[in-house]
Design a protein around this ligand. Structure first.
Ligand code: KIV
Length: 270
């Protein structure tokens, strides 16, 4: 298992090389400078400033109320704490309904929010937007499977792609996002076999959350993996804090478990 040099900034090329070499990519969410610095020092290659901050930071019921200005604020905080990890910032709900609005909002996330890549939820319906963002030099991460911004349309937070047709559609969506120029893909709550097939079908690195062990890397919401999220921990997460004694040790244990393939286990997968 070779790991990326801890001095070099992580780029899209680093992640592509890791996929090619079979080196697992460790990714976590962070929303402020202190945690961004901590997770990067533990060896995380990608930090996602997720709109999950609406729930874990703001205590809201979903990600829908999160605004662009809030994402810019948290993205800029993370950028001040992280110097090496690649910073991916979520475009929040309804900030990319068409190419024109997506372009202006993504530009603000990069200029003011320190984003090095922006993440958008959806497949075929956003392919043209992804294409145009990439054409303007804005790197894009796709997000398929459970799309929290569409929770009301999906009828809840549930596993996606269990049926033959929906699985096929997701595979086609992944191919479409890659053709549109996406550099990275997050798969959320997807059956292990489908996530494996998608990971093999595309050359962009695929990061799973509740998508089994055969993705190119893993991501968790920081508060979930520290076991401090109020309420029931999601099935796909693990409490890495237990027995570790410090947050630094817990995050290092997560990075080790992702890299040696021991996380996620079958019990964290669908
Ligand atoms: O908002 C978020 O935290 C996410 C995770 C899946 C990384 O999108």
């Amino acid at each position: 298992m070779s790991t990326h040099s801890l001095d070099q900034p992580v780029t899209r090329a680093t992640l592509e090389r890791m996929k090619h070499d079979g080196d697992k990519i460790a990714c976590l969410t962070a929303y402020d400078a202190t945690y961004a610095s901590l997770v990067e020092q533990a060896g995380v290659e990608v930090i996602i400033v997720g709109d999950s901050l609406g729930m874990v930071i703001q205590g809201k019921e979903s990600t829908l109320p999160v605004t662009l200005d809030e994402m810019i604020y948290h993205g800029a905080c993370v950028a001040r704490g992280a110097r090496r990890a690649l910073r991916v910032v979520d475009m929040p709900f309804m900030t990319y309904p068409n190419v024109r609005e997506a372009m202006g909002n993504a530009a603000r996330l990069m200029r003011e929010g320190g984003a090095q890549m922006v993440k958008l939820e959806g497949g075929a319906r956003i392919a043209e937007i992804v294409h145009d963002l990439v054409a303007q030099g804005i790197p894009v991460c796709g997000h398929l499977g459970l799309l929290p911004q569409s929770v009301h349309q999906l009828g809840g937070y549930r596993v996606q792609g269990r049926e033959r047709e929906t699985a096929h559609a997701m595979l086609e969506d992944a191919r479409g996002l890659e053709s549109a120029g996406a550099a990275l893909l997050v798969l959320e709550c997807v059956p292990t076999d489908l996530a494996r097939d998608i990971t093999r079908a595309v050359s962009m690195p695929v990061i799973g959350i509740g998508a089994g062990a055969e993705c190119d890397g893993q991501v968790l919401v920081l508060q979930d993996m520290l076991g401090i999220t109020p309420g029931k921990r999601p099935k796909f997460s693990r409490d890495f804090m237990t027995g570790q004694g410090s947050i630094q040790n817990a995050v290092q244990a997560y990075v080790r478990a992702v890299k040696d393939g021991s996380f996620p286990a079958a019990e964290h997968s669908f």
